[in-house]
Design a binder for this molecule. Structure first.
Ligand code: NAD
Length: 502
């Protein structure tokens, strides 16, 4: 039976070694301190110090990139079924340590246990999914003509850098690291400075599972130091990045001199569009879940509600009633639905948008206030009567913050939905099939769910359009990024070769 007290006691046991030794880097199979000293990581729950963390610099990135380069030929040449076996062992160990991972994730990020306990297991699933694809990752096509047999094959690009954000960091990083390893790439991971704890657990698990030294390297540190150095390193052939759109554009500039291949999963301001013919009870559940779960710190969150004016008043009344009942509390309490914002900086950003929404003339219909004096808790917030041009309708807040706009008809809904710089996901609620087809076809988003919340199927492509990203994850799309295509043409006979100078 897990409850808050048991969780806290178990967590304390897991954290003891980090309090003593700090959260170290793992480079070439060795624990190393950061050459830039240490930085502190604090819990957003009570602002207490969790541990000192290695502050990696360009020198540590250089050591990690060299280790990844040295390990690459043997890892790339290892038969796919052997790589598969090691990746399955990683998944086994994630499952075995799922409770520890989930407890640490909750404490480090403020995410609620009810979601993180599943997120740790999703990490294992990601490893299993790509483990099974490892033996066929290199497969290609035979494309014959009358004169030539063209044969394609894929080869891993080389050592790659993976740079991740602080929202559900464990699950999210496995989604990048597992396909890279399955493809035969070696990896240098730079996790977010706000959430170093579970990245360290993943590095330990990879090491323990028998991943050869240097195949996976962890360098903690700040974005502008370690992160920047990783994107500029000549031995790193590609950067897989998840984070804010403006960081993505910085990384593109930083990687230009070394012609870095980039894969970006960036921000979103995703619409959920509710027509008056929809199943409104289910739509209400989905609207609430997709903005307030995971503290709203979720790239795919439906942060803009577009509701048809004929049902807006009724829908808002029900929405406010439910929002006011959402249980905000200690993330390790299994009853908690929303925990604190990750960090004071982010808390300040979320709170600032409450002032912005009011100043712009929208109506604060729920939440909008800090809870408690310790920790970064914000009551789930709803603004109604918003217009599309307002900042709260255009900018990513990345918290438990919903902006509601009304529309008259389909054309207006589409115009509003497509009016932001972003295009990650869209959610559509209607029982009119033809409209669903027409609307989803015209909606500018990489992923759309119709009469559903975000339910992920790993073989499908994950990613965004416009300022929400470049490239896709999932299934074979991941291998397209981590591997090079090669085509070899074999002459089948004596075709005519033009004879110059003959
Ligand atoms: P962020 O961009 O601030 O940081 C992400 C990572 O980039 C961190 O590890 C950071 O240290 C590093 N970084 C910062 N500056 C860098 C630089 N100059 N060079 C190299 N690395 C640098 O993002 P965040 O605040 O940690 O995360 C929240 C953002 O992530 C939101 O915008 C959210 O929408 C986005 N996100 C997108 C997806 C998606 O799939 N599209 C998924 C999760 C999060």
């Amino acid at each position: 039976m897990s409850d808050l007290a048991t969780h806290l006691a178990t967590l304390d046991g897991h954290l003891a070694r980090f309090r003593d030794k700090g959260i170290l880097n793992l480079i070439g199979g060795h624990d190393t301190p950061g050459s830039g000293g240490m930085f502190e990581t604090h819990s957003p729950v009570d602002e207490s110090l969790i541990a000192q963390t290695a502050r990696g610099t360009a020198a540590d990135i250089d050591a990690a990139a060299k280790a990844a380069k040295a390990a690459f030929p043997a890892w790339a040449a290892m038969p796919g079924d052997k790589r598969k076996a090691i990746l399955h062992r990683i998944a086994d160990l994630i499952e075995a340590r799922a409770e520890e991972i989930a407890l640490c994730e909750c404490w480090d990020t403020g995410q609620a246990w009810r979601f993180m306990s599943k997120a740790a297991l999703r990490g294992a699933e990601n490893f299993r999914f790509f483990a099974d694809l490892a033996p066929s990752a290199r497969d290609g096509k035979s494309l014959p003509t009358t004169d030539h047999l063209n044969v394609t094959s894929r080869k891993p690009v080389g050592p790659v850098g993976v740079i991740t954000p602080w929202n559900t960091p464990f699950m999210l990083s496995t989604w990048k690291i597992a396909p890279a390893l399955a493809a035969g790439c070696t990896v240098v991971h730079k996790p977010a400075e706000f959430s170093p704890l579970t990245a360290r657990l993943l590095a330990e698990i990879c090491h323990e599972a028998g991943l050869p030294p240097g195949v996976f390297n962890l360098v903690n540190g700040l974005g502008e130091e370690a992160g920047k150095a990783l994107t500029e390193h000549p031995d790193i052939k590609a950067i897989s990045f998840v984070g804010e759109s403006r960081t993505g554009s910085m990384i593109m500039k930083q990687g230009a001199d070394t012609l870095k291949r980039v894969h970006f999963e960036l921000g979103g301001k995703n619409p959920v569009v509710v027509f008056d013919d929809a199943d409104l009870d289910r739509a209400l559940d989905a609207v609430i879940f997709m903005i307030y779960s995971l503290n709203g710190e979720r790239c795919t969150s439906s942060s803009r509600l577009l509701v048809q004016d004929t049902i807006a008043d009724e829908f808002h009344t029900k929405l406010v009633d439910r929002i006011n009942l959402i249980k905000l509390g200690h993330p390790l309490d299994p009853a908690t639905e929303i925990g604190p914002m990750i960090h004071k900086t982010h808390f300040d950003k979320v709170i600032s948008y409450i002032g912005i929404g009011k100043a712009d003339g929208a109506i604060l219909a729920a939440g909008g206030n800090r809870v408690g004096e310790k920790g970064w808790f914000v009551r789930p917030t709803l603004f109604t009567n918003a217009h599309s041009e307002m900042r709260i309708s255009q900018e990513e807040v990345f918290g438990p913050f919903l902006t509601s706009l009304t529309f008259q008809d389909e054309a207006e809904a589409l115009k509003i939905a497509n009016s932001t710089a972003y295009g990650l996901t869209g959610y559509l609620w209607t029982n009119d099939l033809t409209r669903a087809l027409r609307f989803s076809d015209a909606l500018e988003a990489g992923m759309i769910w119709v009469n559903s919340e975000n339910v992920r199927h790993l073989p499908t492509p994950f990613g965004g359009v416009k300022a929400s990203g470049i490239g896709r994850d999932g299934g074979d799309w991941s291998f397209e990024f981590y591997m090079e295509q090669k085509n070899t043409a074999f002459a089948l006979g004596h075709h005519n070769i033009q004879r110059l100078g003959a």
